[in-house]
Design a protein around this ligand. Structure first.
Ligand code: CU
Length: 139
């Protein structure tokens, strides 16, 4: 069956079942080369969901990082993909998984929006998240 692209709701092109909650970006210190974004992801769909890419027009480089602590030292390393079974969720939070945002194209201050695009194969989900100085209180 053919569908007319013009009448497709945009949600049909989004990652199926993906829900994003509580997304925010830490306000970078002056002259910082980058910052990080945090959020809760949930797969409300009927099939497994894999997030394969991250992109923000406000940063030159966007990637998923994990934080590792060993011997009192904290390191970050790249984290390939996030997969969620139906009903499963993943939390990106300070001290753990985060979206690393490097090479900002401009300055960012508290309250300003940052756009982020998540890819799951050929589909994408885009949203805006606010810049914050502090982590929001847990709901
Ligand atoms: Cu990082």
């Amino acid at each position: 069956m053919l569908l007319l692209a013009g009448v497709l709701p945009s949600a049909a092109l989004a990652c199926p079942g993906l829900e994003v909650k509580g997304a925010w970006v830490r306000e970078p210190p002056p002259a910082s080369p980058g910052t990080a974004a945090f959020m809760s992801l949930h797969n409300a769909g009927a099939s497994a969901l894999t997030i394969t890419g991250w992109r923000s027009p406000q940063f030159g480089t966007t990637m998923l990082h994990a934080t590792l602590s060993s011997g009192g030292q904290t390191k970050m390393r790249g984290h390939a993909q996030l997969s969620m079974a139906p009903g499963e969720g993943i939390v990106l939070a300070p001290g753990g998984l985060h979206v690393m945002l490097m090479k900002p194209t401009g300055t960012l201050h508290e309250g300003e929006p940052v756009s982020l695009e998540l890819s799951c194969g050929p589909q994408t989900t885009s949203f805006e998240m606010p810049v914050r100085r502090e982590a929001p209180a847990a709901p």
